[in-house]
Design a protein around this ligand. Structure first.
Ligand code: ZN
Length: 743
């Protein structure tokens, strides 16, 4: 399939052979997840396409490729995807799909974009064709395919403009000084890893070291027409704006007869001066300065593995914030906030003040305690210990401000206003030229210009769907090992970004794509809102007081249950105020105060609990769950009857047994049974006087609710002050009432 892409035909610029254009995909029930806090989009792994994703993200974060080159090609040159179905329409599918994917990555609010339309435009329709190609190979395939599909448009030289460079190979005859020259083109440079410490050394070996033809190995000079001594060298002649470097990590071991991955340490600088490797060196140094902006990392062995990419966000499109930086910012803010309070109230400010006045950087923790007493007249143990704990512990708990020695005995102040980014000095770790070579080492010795801490120098790790902020220093972790840098992308330091591009993902995106993305985002928002309220909706049962009567200790509907209850579905994240508003709207004729009380159907009837309070709180926050019962009333009475609420007034249904009047033949005892509802806070004395006539006694069934069991216990006189609840009488419990003549 790659073969097809290299062929210089035009078959894949129309859809006759490959892409089918826009497809209507089945609607998924769950909309894709939105972007996370980085505000950058990842790319889905379609099964072994992580190499493609890494490369596409690199191209996306090459704003000159994305904007100036790709987005500048309009429909008049590329055609449109909608036209791709029309016969004979000249539609250039690959650049169109790439534009569309880039627009999605920049603007569509989803966690990860899909590349299936793009890979289809490559002609990769089956799973097999997408499997783990080599990313270096893919880079060339992609460029070649793009170049071919842009023939005849203003973008025909897009790839050359940005990536094309030349190397000149020269052989100088020692006798006639004739120079034989051969120029080579490149879109990327392949450099050795084996036996080389890093990029500079590899470039040094390639473009500074000379090879000599001498002794047995002489060179045939065309001018002298004989075998002569000669020197052979190579130099970079034309530097492209974007320099892509492929590391030869995969080698062949001829002894073992197998491929292996070179995992040795291979350093590369954040900034590099290419002047020493160039043919022409008379230009200003700044012309030779390059800055790293992407590192494709390969993890695994030489037969497969995983790719991800570290990318510098040149246009500051992402939201870069590391957790620890966040913590320190919060700490600093808390510190500033408390600084203004009374001077000795805040131990943080006091201790910081003492330490900053110290001449020596580090002092023993014990001494800090003494100085606190001397300078501020307060003892840690007396003033702060109770609230803040031991001094040493307190210092430990504020690592953003205090630095303790490893043994914990000494303390110093940390620099709180540390620079987020300190420039690495790798740019200067250049190797000394080898002894036998007398070429001057032209590299600048002064430190590289520091970049502003926040100007487009934030790095992200883009790992398929996942995007995470990283520190520039993390790049060093990819110098060596099973997981290590595999491709490096440098941009010419002189390339400056226009201010209007900064933080502006819409910059240079053509109008029709902006509109498409806006519409897609609106649709996404709508679907998310629908899905959201479906996931967060709760059903509430509203019981209206006008449909209830209070009798026999509880509320009972005057109509059927069904008619007294109104169901309301509401988002649990709405506030109680919203709920009240919704109820008011439902009950247009409601007058006066409206109180919403939690209600619960009990055996005795509906009982009311706490009044819902705090209109600014969310329904979730006040604990309203799906299916909750709510009573809507004036908060005082129902149908003229005062209603007691709360767990302390829960009605209890008791089964009241009395000996049957006709107790035939004395064979066993027969009972008559009746239900009695009383409040659980009713005292036994009250219950007794309500149920038993004068002289009668009340007994409880010691074996629970089973009336056939005969463990009747008499309530004692002192029990009469106890309540129904405290003596354990619950719904369904039986009490036996004996009249005086039954005893
Ligand atoms: Zn010669």
């Amino acid at each position: 399939m790659f073969g097809d892409l290299f062929e210089e035909d035009f078959s894949f610029i129309s859809n006759n052979h490959y892409g089918k254009g826009k497809k209507s995909k089945p609607r998924e029930s769950e909309p894709p997840a939105p972007r996370d806090f980085t505000n950058l989009s990842g790319i889905k792994n379609q099964g072994g396409t992580c190499y493609l994703n890494s490369l596409l993200q690199t191209l996306l974060f090459t704003p000159e490729f994305r904007g100036e080159a790709l987005f500048s090609l309009g429909p008049e040159e590329l055609g449109t995807l909608d036209d791709s179905r029309k016969p004979d329409a000249k539609v250039r599918i690959i650049p169109l799909q790439l534009q569309r994917l880039f627009a999605q990555l920049l603007l569509l609010d989803q966690q990860a974009a899909s590349t299936s339309d793009l890979t289809e435009s490559f002609g990769w329709s089956s799973h097999e064709e997408m499997r783990q190609h080599d990313v270096q190979e893919l880079n060339r395939i992609l460029f070649s395919a793009l170049e071919t599909s842009l023939v005849g448009t203003s973008g025909h030289d897009l790839i050359n403009r940005l990536y094309h460079g030349t190397v000149v190979n020269q052989i100088v005859c020692k006798e006639c000084k004739n120079v034989s020259e051969r120029q080579e083109d490149f879109l990327d440079l392949t450099v050795a890893v084996k036996g080389v410490a890093g990029l500079e050394e590899a470039l040094w070996n390639m473009y500074v070291e000379e090879e000599y033809f001498e002794n047995d190995n002489l060179y045939r000079c065309g001018a002298c027409d004989k075998l002569v001594e000669a020197s052979k060298s190579a130099k970079l002649r034309k530097l492209p704006p974007f320099l892509t470097i492929s590391l030869l990590r995969f080698n062949f071991d001829f002894e073992k007869c197998e491929r292996y991955k070179e995992t040795s340490c291979y350093t590369f600088p954040i900034q590099i001066n290419l002047k020493p490797f160039c043919e022409q060196t008379e230009m200003d140094d700044s012309e030779y300065m390059y800055e790293l902006f992407s590192v494709i990392i390969h993890k695994g062995g030489c037969y497969g593995g995983h790719y991800h990419v570290y990318i510098r966000d040149v246009d500051e499109l992402g939201n870069w914030q590391l957790q620890e930086e966040e913590d320190s910012l919060i700490e600093e803010k808390a510190f500033r906030d408390t600084e203004n309070t009374k001077e000795t109230e805040n131990p943080l400010a006091v201790l910081k003040g003492i330490l900053s006045e110290e001449e020596v950087k580090q002092i023993p923790v014990d001494q800090l305690g003494q100085k606190l007493l001397e300078k501020k007249g307060v003892s840690w143990n007396k003033k702060y210990r109770k609230q803040y704990g031991a001094l040493r512990k307190y210092l430990q708990n504020h690592p953003q401000i205090f630095q303790l020695s490893p043994d914990g005995n000494k303390v110093s102040l940390k620099e709180t206003h540390k620079l987020l980014f300190k420039l690495d000095s790798h740019g200067q770790n250049l190797l000394t030229p080898s002894q036998k070579n007398d070429v001057q080492w032209n590299c600048e010795k002064k430190p590289p210009r520091p970049r502003a801490a926040s100007a487009g120098c934030h790095w992200f790790d883009l790992n398929d769907s996942k995007v995470q902020p990283i520190k520039e220093k993390d790049i060093e972790k990819q110098f060596q090992g099973k997981e290590s840098a595999y491709m490096l992308f440098y941009r010419k330091a002189q390339l400056k970004r226009p201010p209007e591009a900064r933080g502006n993902p819409r910059y240079q995106i053509p109008e029709h794509l902006l509109n498409e993305m806006n519409a897609a985002n609106t649709e996404l928002q709508k679907k998310r809102a629908e899905c959201d309220s479906a996931n967060n909706g709760i059903d509430l049962h509203l019981h209206l007081s006008s449909c209830y009567k209070f009798h026999n200790g509880a509320l009972h509907p005057s109509l059927s249950w069904k008619e007294s209850v109104v169901d309301l579905t509401i988002d649990r994240r709405k506030t109680l105020g919203d709920l009240r508003q919704a109820v008011f709207q439902m009950l247009e004729s409601w007058e006066g105060d409206m109180v919403l009380s939690m209600a619960k159907p009990l055996p005795a009837g509906l009982h009311l609990y706490q009044v819902l309070d705090g209109d600014e709180l969310t329904l979730d926050g006040i604990g309203l769950a799906d299916g909750a019962d709510i009573f809507v009333w004036n908060g005082k009475e129902v149908g003229g009857t005062k209603v007691l609420t709360g767990p302390e007034h829960e009605p209890v249904v008791l089964s009241v047994l009395r000996l049957a009047e006709h107790n035939e033949g004395g064979k066993g005892q027969h009972f008559s049974e009746a239900q009695h509802v009383c409040s659980c806070s009713t005292s036994l004395g009250q219950l007794h006087s309500a149920l038993a006539p004068a002289g009668g006694i009340i007994l409880k069934n010691g074996s629970g609710a089973d009336p056939e069991a005969k463990n009747w216990e008499v309530f004692r006189e002192e029990d009469m002050k106890e309540t129904v609840r405290s003596v354990g009488l619950r719904d369904g419990c039986s009490v036996l009432i004996l009249d005086s003549h039954d005893q």
